[in-house]
Design a protein around this ligand. Structure first.
Ligand SMILES: [Zn+2]
Length: 206
């Protein structure tokens, strides 16, 4: 079994496996990103997907395949518009959005807690992260990267419309004129239908 790294944008590990935390040994790895926009979490491996809520993990996604179970925790958003609960997912598809649930003391700031069980025993997820991807995984990664890039362009003002992060105002460029519209309408016009109300709350100063 090999895993895909679950974050495809610039990110960094804030707590490694086995690190000492206030409650004891860290049972997974924590990944955060400085990017201001919603960060998609990808399925690290194929498997049966389900969503849940846990007092330490907040909203979490679970992916199970014979021999392995992955937990992706502290999510802002669990599936819904991304993937159906109780469905089978392929490695690399978006299954959640990075968040900060349930909040302190279990999650201090937006990050992903990735925890893996191999035959019921907790292991370091990085043990199984692979270097190269299959053609299917590469194709999925391209689509995800294109969607993430599109969203970045909207936030940076390089697309045919933008969201001004400092004022929270959104506009479209039509006939070379700036037209101010509700954020939701701008995103729909820019073909980012996978963004929903909850995800928009991640946009700073909205
Ligand atoms: Zn953690």
């Amino acid at each position: 079994m090999k895993f895909i790294y679950p974050i495809s944008v610039d990110s960094y590990i804030t707590a490694s496996y086995g690190a000492s935390m206030w409650y004891g040994k860290h049972r997974g790895i924590d990944i955060a990103s400085k990017l201001p926009n919603p960060i998609l979490i990808l399925a690290p491996h194929d498997g049966h997907l389900s969503y849940g809520i846990h007092y330490q993990w907040g909203k979490y996604t679970q992916i199970v395949v014979p021999g392995f179970k992955t937990i992706l925790a502290h999510n802002k958003l669990n599936g819904g518009w991304l993937k159906q609960n109780n469905s089978f997912v392929k490695a690399g598809v978006p299954v959640a959005v990075m968040g900060n649930t349930p909040g302190p003391p279990w999650s201090n700031g937006r990050h992903l807690h990735w925890q893996v069980y191999e035959h019921g025993v907790i292991i370091d997820p990085l043990t199984y992260v692979k270097e190269s991807l299959t053609p299917t995984e590469m194709a999925i990664k391209k689509v995800v990267a294109a969607q993430q890039k599109k969203l970045d362009d909207v936030l940076m003002g390089d697309a045919a419309g933008a969201i001004d992060a400092s004022t929270g105002k959104a506009y479209l460029i039509k006939d070379s004129k700036k037209q101010e519209l509700p954020v939701k309408e701008v995103l729909a016009n820019l073909y980012l239908p996978w963004i929903d109300k909850d995800t928009l709350n991640d946009i700073p100063n909205k």
